[in-house]
Ligand binder design. Structure first.
Ligand code: ME8
Length: 654
């Protein structure tokens, strides 16, 4: 019989910077879903990739002095790039698309031409607001406080000849799709789309640009490049071979079963995407699922805030499976989740180390100890086992209902109810007491079998979440290949009655929270520093000073005759200066952090002399020494302005 098909996608990521834990969240969720469907026997196509065109990429490459493709290749294929990250996270995508791939570009040109020939794309002139980082056009009314409604950054005026897509024509069918079907999930996202975008009136969408060149050229009108979202959205079809010869799976897998996307791009996927597909007279994807963001203390991760969380570091510290598990166990998929290292460590310690890890290691250790590793055939089952057996045998159905609804957290909750029940079952049956009585060996064997069987069922259902660890657990409990499968996950008694266990390494060692947090803190500090600009100077003042006012400042060369630290102050140095008048002048300066007194004696500095005297730490300071200040990697640096010693004391600076 032909297998049922399941086609799932992640968004294609902008390779404008290294990916963070938020991107990893979506990809891990999609991977878990793909693995779950494969487990259920589906023929799965799982697609991810990168969205490589647009002004932002062009700008970054220019800043770095490389070509866009050199920049992109490094971030996609380079060390610790996107491909490396997905390999590390054990992402089982069947295909990876880069929108700079030749076959994709050619398909997009054909798609653009088809919509043009149909009259759904027409030429006009664009006047509006453009947000460069988001590659988004906005109308005045869509702006929030005059800024981009998505990212809150500045937008700028843009006017140019451009092609438009007749989005307005599809307002009604798209509204119906959203309001009358379950196309967009979770249902809570529907109102936002209809009220904020469709009801105010859908305007036609500008779908070409002429002000930059890093995009797919409109082949029948050189100078125009295709708007990056048209290019990006159709990746879901070109990657199957739509209007190209690279692949041949479009009939097989299209329409997609689900596109997983973050909430800020639901608008593109639930309005623009179906409208363009309607225009092309193509079937619509079955669902778009708009998931929430991982936030830090309530705000979005961003490089500029210096709060991005690096998945490499977490995976190195805690293991890939632990990280995958945490992401889906802790946060409901549809809403935002507040990420913290404490939460991560807690989840690992409670669920993986205490509950799952302990159950597996205790059970295997007991089978080793009491039966030399192999269970005897003779067993004595009891009604006291019924509760655990009942729960474990019906787990698959509950889990399936949650997974079909993309409720990963709830699916795991069901599994952990059974794991916790099994741990309680150990306390209730007290195997250590049974072991003392030779006559109770058959009962002890039954208890061990029940535990191993429960572990087998739970492991099957955990395998999409923690694939590597699941395989290890199966090996430890001696599960044969035939009993690791979905069809046996609700069949109690599938494990051989005389199974042999194997003791192995501790799968999820308990984490010393204090130590791990301190290490992560130190790494984060270092990273924050690295993210800071190399060199920063104060912005120039925009206000002018009139010449006469400036001339009132008495700037002079001064010779440093003596210099000492001021008692009880860690900042102040006291300078005795020759200002050319023949009388010593005292100036105090808060620069001890940068200089030792003896370094400066004999040097010629610059001071402003006609400031009113100021008392500091009991000394009177008559003037101010001039220094140059700037910031290097976030640290303030200062250099006392020293001039040529040939300049005599008292020389006026003008
Ligand atoms: O939007 N938590 O690319 P992108 C959860 N190229 N998800 C997050 C997140 C966070 N903190 N930060 C980002 C694009 N994401 C387009 C997509 S698809 C045809 C084109 C998610 O790299 C974000 O919500 O900016 C989005 O779904 C995905 O990462 C890609 O973001």
């Amino acid at each position: 019989m032909e297998k049922k098909k399941f086609y799932i996608t992640t968004p294609i990521y902008y390779p404008s910077a290294k990916l963070h834990i938020g991107h990893t969240y979506c990809t891990v969720a999609a991977d878990t879903m793909a693995r779950y469907k494969r487990l259920c026997g589906y023929d799965v196509m799982f697609l991810t990739g990168t969205d490589e065109h647009g002004q932002k990429i062009e700008n970054i490459a220019k800043e770095k002095g490389v070509t866009p493709i050199e920049f992109l290749d490094n971030i996609v294929k380079g060390e610790k790039g996107i491909l490396d990250l997905w390999k590390l996270m054990n992402i089982s995508n069947d295909r990876f698309i880069r929108t700079t791939d030749d076959y994709h570009c050619k398909s997009i040109q054909k798609i653009f031409k088809k919509m043009y020939d149909k009259g759904d794309i027409y030429k006009g002139s664009y006047k509006g607001k453009y947000c460069t980082p988001c590659e988004s056009f906005w109308t005045e009314s869509q702006l929030v406080d005059g800024k981009c409604p998505d990212c809150g950054r500045e937008v700028h005026d843009a006017e140019e000849e451009a092609y438009f897509f007749r989005l307005s024509k599809y307002a009604e069918p798209v509204r119906k799709l959203l309001e009358e079907t379950d196309f967009l999930k979770p249902a809570s996202r529907v109102n936002e789309m209809v009220n904020n975008f469709i009801k105010p009136g859908l305007e036609d969408l500008c779908v070409s640009r002429t002000s930059f060149s890093w995009g797919i050229p409109v082949d029948f009108d050189p100078g125009h490049v295709v708007y990056v979202w048209v290019d990006a959205l159709f990746n879901y079809m070109t990657a199957l071979g739509y209007l190209n010869d690279k692949y041949d799976d479009c009939d097989k897998y299209w329409p997609a079963d689900v596109h997983f996307v973050g909430k800020e791009i639901v608008r593109f996927h639930s309005i623009i995407w179906p409208a363009m597909l309607m225009s092309m007279e193509l079937p619509l994807p079955k669902h778009v699922y708009g998931h929430g963001w991982l936030v830090i203390n309530g705000s979005k991760m961003s490089k500029s805030k210096g709060n991005v969380v690096d998945p490499y570091i977490l995976a190195e510290h805690f293991g890939v499976d632990a990280l995958r598990f945490f992401l889906l166990r802790t946060f409901p998929f549809g809403t935002d989740g507040n990420f913290s290292n404490e939460l991560l460590i807690n989840t690992i310690n409670i669920d993986l180390a205490n509950n799952l890890g302990n159950l597996v290691s205790r059970t295997c250790a007991m089978v080793e100890k009491y039966f030399g590793g192999t269970l005897p055939a003779e067993k004595e089952f009891d009604t006291a086992d019924d509760d655990l057996i009942g729960l474990a045998s019906t787990l698959r159905d509950k889990y399936e209902a949650e997974m079909e609804n993309y409720q990963f957290q709830n699916a795991l909750e069901e599994v952990f109810k059974v794991i916790n029940r099994a741990n309680k079952y150990i306390d209730e049956t007290m195997p250590w007491a049974l072991a003392k009585d030779e006559g109770k060996k058959p009962r002890l064997a039954a208890v061990m079998y029940n535990l191993l069987e429960t572990v087998r069922i739970c492991t099957t259902l955990l395998s999409p979440f923690i694939p590597e660890s699941a395989e290890k657990i199966f090996d430890y409990i001696g599960a044969c290949d035939g009993c690791r499968v979905w069809e046996k996950a609700n069949v109690w008694g599938s494990l051989s009655q005389t199974v042999s266990v194997k003791k192995g390494e501790n799968l999820f060692p308990r984490i010393d929270a204090e130590k791990a947090l301190a290490e992560l803190e130190a790494i984060a500090k270092e990273q924050k520093k690295e993210a800071l600009p190399e060199l920063e100077t104060e912005p120039l003042l925009s206000e002018n000073v009139d010449f006469d006012t400036f001339c009132k400042s008495d700037l002079r060369a001064v010779k440093i005759k003596a210099c000492e630290a001021v008692k009880k102050s860690d900042k102040l140095l006291k300078f005795t200066l020759d200002d050319g008048t023949g009388k010593d002048r005292t100036i105090l300066s808060g620069i001890h952090k940068y200089y030792e007194p003896e370094q400066l004696v004999g040097k010629t500095a610059v001071a402003i002399l006609n400031l009113p005297p100021r008392k500091m730490m009991g000394h009177e300071s008559c003037g101010m020494l001039i220094s140059a200040v700037h910031t290097e990697k976030g640290e303030e640096k200062l250099h006392l302005l020293l001039v040529d010693d040939a300049i005599p004391a008292g020389a006026k600076l003008c």
